[in-house]
Write a protein that binds this ligand. Structure first.
Ligand SMILES: [Mg+2]
Length: 231
């Protein structure tokens, strides 16, 4: 790990809690729509709508809100009252302003690492939403560069490497999603540190069995210090 110059961090569920807040809103949506189906039926309908919309909406709270509304229209056979649509919009607005709970050890670890490395945020989702979350987190000052990608594909990682002006082997990508943060980063020649988070959106589930000498798994954010030999 001696060559590392830049550490790029995923944000949602790596720097701060995200998925549990979406899961809670999904549960509330199921309650609101309970007369039209049980929890698993509504959740499945929502997931299908989200997957259909993924290509045009991308990720994040606004996409999620539009998909919740579309789900409500569909499962109610277009009989959902306007007042209920308003309730759903309010749930989406809550997600856009949700309190940011920085994960354990993140602040102290970033403070230490920022003395020796250039730190970058590399996240996917809606530009304004992700920027506002970073500001609310209080962590923005640790980072030299923020890259908000439409999706975390190999092509987007190659663009990130070009914009950082270093070789892929000089970058360590840190994140909680094998599918978004680890596989594509390894594929373009970066190093990757996987920090599992306790819950995962089913769209992001992937096989953990990785054989690659540029792959590292750590159990907690603060272990990045020992992985990189920083004291
Ligand atoms: Mg994440």
């Amino acid at each position: 790990m001696k060559e590392i110059e830049i550490i790029a961090f995923d944000a949602d569920d790596t720097l701060w809690d995200n998925q549990p807040l979406f899961d809670n809103i999904e549960k509330e949506l199921c309650d609101i729509l309970s007369r039209y189906g049980d929890e698993s039926q509504i959740s499945t309908a929502l997931f299908n709508v989200e997957m259909n919309n993924m290509e045009s909406y991308g990720y994040g709270a606004k996409a999620f809100t539009l998909s919740m509304i579309e789900t409500a229209l569909k499962v109610s056979d277009y009989k959902i009252p306007a007042k209920v649509i308003e309730q759903i919009i309010d749930k989406g607005k809550y997600l856009l302003d949700m309190p940011i709970k920085v994960l354990d050890g993140v602040d102290e670890t970033l403070r230490l690492l920022s003395k020796n490395y250039k730190l970058v945020v590399s996240t996917k989702g809606d530009l304004l939403d992700q920027q506002r979350k970073l500001i609310r987190s209080g962590l923005a000052d640790y980072f030299d560069h923020v890259e908000i990608m439409a999706d975390k594909t190999e092509k987007e990682y190659k663009k990130l490497i070009l914009s950082l002006g270093v070789l892929p082997k000089d970058i360590l990508m840190v994140g909680n999603s094998l599918k978004s943060d680890i596989y594509p980063a390894l594929a373009v020649g970066m190093n990757a540190a996987y920090i599992p988070y306790h819950t995962m959106w089913k769209h992001e589930l992937a096989n953990e069995d990785i054989k690659n000498d540029r792959f590292f798994k750590v159990d907690a954010f603060s272990q990045l210090n020992s992985l990189l030999g920083v004291k």
